[in-house]
Ligand binder design. Structure first.
Ligand SMILES: [Zn+2]
Length: 360
């Protein structure tokens, strides 16, 4: 059986290992040695994602989480207060995604301890998830045979299943106007910031509908108070759980840039829109939902099927034909200094994971 004390101790150990995005080596060494101790063959792909395998009987299952955290995530001091685990208030907790990693390790330890029969297990711990699913995009999918599984990386209780998530297009634009002295000959200049302003007020932004959002999150430009700004740079995104809508609003973005470019024939506008991840959606009858519903029933829980406004490694897994769904890992307030792990819920995560592994 999943053991609360052992789980909490592993979780606190993992949280104390700094692993902001791009600096996952120490976490990698820790999970590699823990997985090897559990009898896994641990491999790394060219991006140094962890891919670990344990033989078993039946249909293989993928269990995934990510090794990195957001900032401020260095020198985290986890404080246990009854059932709640928090940082000391100066950093995040790193429960995202260390509770996910701890859940998988505890479930595997518990299965090994019980000697129960289990499926073939493929554990995937990615790097740089928080940097835009970078590790998952570089994952060597040839090494993975499982077609379904679980991504332990959702907010809230373990019965929260993210059954739909959006596609994201990343929007980057560079505007080149013309510099000139703002006091002496401003008429010779073309302000890249004014052009950026025209673009911003024309773009469809914010919540567009229930499944579509758009944002310009970063604007940079100009040099000095007395120079007409020559250059501006915009960084933004469009997301939708509908591919058609994503395409539609991507088209609207392009139109706005064309319109504004036509207003300033002597300026140069370059727009670069690239897809960063693809949407997925499964229904209540999907075999992965059924697998999780059965495991949850053993814990006395009903699955709660939810659509998300954010992407996760699951988006990339689906692109590669692996139906792995994110579930809650018992953590609240991801990416904030108030981030809190609710220990009884993290423990439920390990119990669910154990049931998925043993198929009961
Ligand atoms: Zn995460």
């Amino acid at each position: 059986m999943a053991n609360r004390e052992r789980l909490v101790s592993a979780l606190m150990d993992l949280i104390r290992i700094d692993s902001p995005t791009g600096e996952e080596d120490a976490m990698d060494r820790e999970v590699t040695s823990r997985l090897q101790a559990l009898g896994f063959r641990v491999e790394h792909d060219s991006f140094n994602n962890v891919i670990a395998k344990l033989d078993g009987a039946g249909e293989p299952v993928i269990l995934s989480a990510h090794l990195d955290t957001v900032e401020p995530g260095r020198g985290i001091r986890p404080q246990l207060d009854g059932d709640l685990l928090r940082s000391d208030g100066t950093t995040i907790l790193g429960g995202d995604c260390k509770a996910g990693v701890a859940i998988v390790l505890e479930a595997l330890t518990s299965v090994q301890e019980s000697g129960a029969a289990h499926r073939p297990v493929e554990v995937v711990f990615t790097r740089a998830e928080e940097g835009g699913l970078v590790g998952a995009h570089h994952l060597d999918f040839d090494r993975i045979s499982a077609k379904r599984g679980v991504v332990f990386d959702g907010e809230g209780q373990v019965n929260r299943l993210t059954v739909a998530a959006p596609s994201q297009n990343v929007v980057k634009a560079e505007i080149r106007g013309r510099a000139s002295h703002a006091g002496v000959e401003p008429e010779k200049g073309i302000s890249a910031l004014v052009i950026a302003g025209h673009i911003l007020t024309r773009l469809p932004l914010g919540r567009i509908d229930a499944e579509t959002t758009a944002n310009i999150g970063y604007l940079e430009g100009g040099l000095k108070r007395n120079i007409i700004p020559e250059r501006a740079f915009l960084d933004g995104e469009i997301r939708s759980r509908s591919r058609e809508k994503l395409e539609h609003y991507t088209g609207e973005f392009r139109q706005v840039f064309d319109q504004v470019a036509a207003m300033y024939p002597e300026a140069r506008l370059s727009l670069d829109i690239t897809n960063s991840y693809q949407t997925y959606r499964v229904d209540a009858e999907h075999p992965t939902v059924a697998m999780l519903a059965q495991a949850l029933a053993g814990l006395g829980l009903e699955p709660q099927l939810e659509g998300s406004g954010g992407g996760s490694d699951a988006n990339v897994f689906f692109e590669h034909g692996i139906a792995a769904l994110p579930v809650g890992i018992g953590v609240r307030s991801f990416h904030t200094k108030e981030e809190t792990a609710v220990i009884p819920e993290v423990l439920q995560g390990a119990e669910l994971c154990e049931r998925v592994i043993t198929g009961v």
